[in-house]
Design a protein around this ligand. Sequence first.
Ligand SMILES: [Zn+2]
Length: 302
Amino acid sequence: MARPSALLVALLIALVGACGPSASLSPTQDGSAPIRVVTTSTVFADLVRKTGGDRVIVTSLVPPGSDVHTYQATPDDLRAASEAQLLVMNGLGLDDWLEETLRAASSDAPVVKLAENLEGVELLPGEERGEQNPHLWMDVANAQLYVTRIAEALKTADPAHVADIEASAAAYSARLTELDGWVREQLATIPESQRKFVMFHDALPYFARAYGLTVVGVAVEAPGQDPSAGEIAALIDVIRASGVKAIFSEDQFPTALIDQIARETGATVVADLYDDSLGDDPVASYEALIRWDVAKLVEALR
Ligand SMILES: [Zn+2]
């Protein structure tokens, strides 16, 4: 590729200088700077990025590969939260630590809770009595509801660019509709009697409900809570009785426990699913995460 000539560069500099600050080419000076958004997890960061397009600059507080359930905010997080114009979290107990972080950062920026009070969505039970499972986004139709909510918040924060945000959100939502269809096609290749599995933590109940699979059991009630010997024995009995072929865990969790359960049951361990966190390429977006997990499920269960 040809480099711009020194003369051309000099000419451009002269032109920009001559126009003065009021006609600057910098988007930050004509009032159209992108909205600074901070999210708890990398998954929500990707949803915001795809929904807002070039109208947003997004940062996730929890880095890829860390556990959003047990995360401890850092001084850098306080700074990022205090500078954000919009904060995006899941709610339902997944990432409630953000609210404490915001109090500590004295932030009064609006906070969007993606999973709470979504119209038409019936919540599933969570780890403790009276709690609800927070992992709604693993059902692609729910992720589309997240996108709608993100778009509403961005339009409020950036009223000059409502049309851009609506166009970007609609294009992304259309891709998610296509993704949902692909998931159904792929999972249909697993024989019906084998559409069941065990998870390390209870991240896929909405996914299972949407796509016709059964989560036969989970190894831990919640990340950071080890099961008792009795609970492990009960899970092993369930796996043996149901004939489950595979136990799935995620990149960010230790595998000693499920390795032990697998040894005693003969089930296969698949320890690199993604749900609460994105990974490196090729799992660096929400769409890629869903495709990755579905491919792993099909491979292990078929
Ligand atoms: Zn989780």
